[in-house]
Design a protein around this ligand. Structure first.
Ligand SMILES: Cc1cc2nc3c(=O)[nH]c(=O)nc-3n(C[C@H](O)[C@H](O)[C@H](O)COP(=O)(O)OP(=O)(O)OC[C@H]3O[C@@H](n4cnc5c(N)ncnc54)[C@H](O)[C@@H]3O)c2cc1C
Length: 458
């Protein structure tokens, strides 16, 4: 049996998902020194995952990583199959039969819920839906957010929660110069939000924000971040945490927050309150959300392992719009095992394993569907390098006779699937840039799949 990876028997790999995890896995395979044939399969007609649909529109610099991804996609050994959803347009079993190895990089776009009374009320949304809406994600294009409300409450202590606050509070003229979706720009231009509360269960040391994002809250014209000095009091374990490696941003975050706490109580700007040690316990209102009930939390336990427990003290706030950003989770792919607790694929060193811990030969994971929703874009690079190292270590045991790309094309053609290749995506991208130029925006994204497909052939 010939080992795949040679001129006559290239290593045929399918990567499912074209976000950072998928692209970095492709890059590692292209640099492996083996002869490879890589098919990058993406459910949408457009690539880049959360770099396109998650990263905030006013953080354009971060999106420049797409130039690196485009160079990877243009390598002749790789082909992009856009508008092909695994689990819908072809099954996991079909895919496994075609390739020596499959790397699943489908991300974690589902949201976690708070699990409290009133969460079903109109006006309560996943922050991810709001992000998808302003970033032009097709599934979110028709969502509606009631921006006639004067008080918005954002629940969460990570950068996504900060992104959401910043977009709600940004001057509309600053957003006009970004690639924010036109429907969101129109709605935000009419927004009546005058007060924002950012609420988190844990303290300023445990919050996951990064200093750059936190500092940006202090630079929003017309808005004043407010935090009470009491909220910044640290117990002994939190003081110790400031020196621990897992809390690299905490000391700088604390400095920024102390700066916020020193500004005059009310200087006439709109308030953006940062609440720490407060957990949401109930939402109420009729027929839509009107109030949120928060319960004070006390931290206890050893440094690095503190947990928050309720103290019984309650605070009720008005809340016309509630956006929860308490974590993302992956979605199972029919036919593959799934870890319901982590919301991710079960794996060992990147190899998928079943519920009994047995390795699924030829199946791998990378990115958020492997580790859960943590880390920045670059974190996925090291993760994908690790997964590909595992895959390469298995090559000798992989079956050499696989149809790969030819088999995939035949299968998709038989099903009448409309595939968008990378040239098609570049045509869409050019059309988006052209649409944006008219309004002085870097791009005006298509938000409907039909429009993307029409643009690809225009
Ligand atoms: C709101 C938000 C803002 C963020 N902002 C930043 C930031 O400013 N800076 C930063 O460094 N990081 C940021 N991140 C983190 C960063 O986006 C992630 O680390 C990264 O996108 C994870 O990459 P991934 O490839 O695992 O998943 P994703 O980027 O989600 O990519 C997964 C891809 O798989 C595709 N897919 C899913 N299911 C299927 C299927 N069945 N068949 C085919 N394709 C499928 C999806 O359409 C998607 O394109 C942000 C994350 C979020 C949620």
């Amino acid at each position: 049996m010939a080992i795949p990876g040679t001129e006559s028997h290239p290593l045929r790999v399918a990567i499912v998902g074209s976000g950072p995890g998928g692209f970095y896995a492709a890059e590692a395979l292209l640099e492996s020194g083996l002869q490879v044939e890589i098919d990058l399969i993406e459910r949408l007609p457009v690539p880049y995952g959360l770099v396109r649909f998650g990263v905030a529109p006013d953080h354009a610099k971060l999106k420049s990583v797409t130039a690196v991804f485009a160079r990877i996609a243009e390598d002749p050994r790789l082909r992009f199959f856009g508008n092909v959803e695994v689990g819908h347009d072809l099954s996991v079993q079909q895919l496994g039969a075609l390739y020596h190895a499959v790397v699943v990089a489908t991300g974690a776009a589902g949201d976690r819920r708070l699990g409290i009374a009133g969460e079903h009320l109109p006006g309560v949304h996943a922050a991810g839906d709001f992000v998808g809406w302003y970033n032009g994600r097709p599934e979110c294009a028709d969502l509606e957010f009631d921006l006639d409300q004067e008080v918005a409450v954002v629940i969460g202590q990570g950068n996504v929660a900060i992104d959401v606050c910043r977009i709600l509070a940004s001057p509309i003229d600053a957003l006009r110069r970004t690639d924010i979706a036109a429907h969101a720009l129109d709605a935000l231009a009419r927004s009546r939000v005058r007060e924002i509360h950012l609420v988190g269960r844990r303290g300023p040391v445990q919050a996951k924000f990064t200093p750059k994002e936190l500092r940006e809250l202090g630079a929003l014209p017309g808005w004043q971040p407010r935090v009470t000095p009491d909220a910044l009091q640290l117990n002994v374990a939190s003081q110790t945490e400031l020196t621990l490696p897992g809390f690299v941003h905490a000391a700088r975050n604390l400095d920024i927050l102390r700066g916020f706490a020193q500004s005059p109580a009310d200087d006439g700007r709109r308030p953006l309150h940062l609440h720490f040690h407060r957990a949401p316990v109930a939402l109420s209102g009729e027929p839509r959300v009107e109030r949120i009930e928060l319960e004070a939390q006390a931290l206890s336990g050893d440094a690095g392992a503190q947990s928050a427990t309720p103290t019984g003290e309650r605070l009720s706030l008005p809340a016309g719009l509630v956006l929860r950003s308490v974590g993302y989770r992956g979605t199972p792919l029919p036919g593959l095992p799934f870890d319901l607790v982590r919301g991710a694929l079960p794996h060992r060193d990147g190899r998928l394993v079943d519920t009994a811990g047995k390795v699924l030969c030829g199946w791998y994971a990378t990115g958020w569907i492997k580790r859960g929703p943590s880390g920045v874009i670059g974190t996925n690079r090291a993760d994908s390098v690790d997964t590909v190292a595992t895959l390469l270590a298995d090559v000798a045991a992989l079956d050499a006779v696989k149809a790969g790309r030819a088999g995939l094309c035949a299968l998709l053609a038989a099903g009448g699937q409309r595939v968008v290749d990378f040239t098609g995506w570049k045509v869409i991208e050019r059309a988006e840039i052209e649409r944006g130029r008219r309004d002085g925006k870097p791009a005006e994204k298509f938000v409907r799949i039909d429009d993307m497909l029409a643009a690809a052939t225009a």
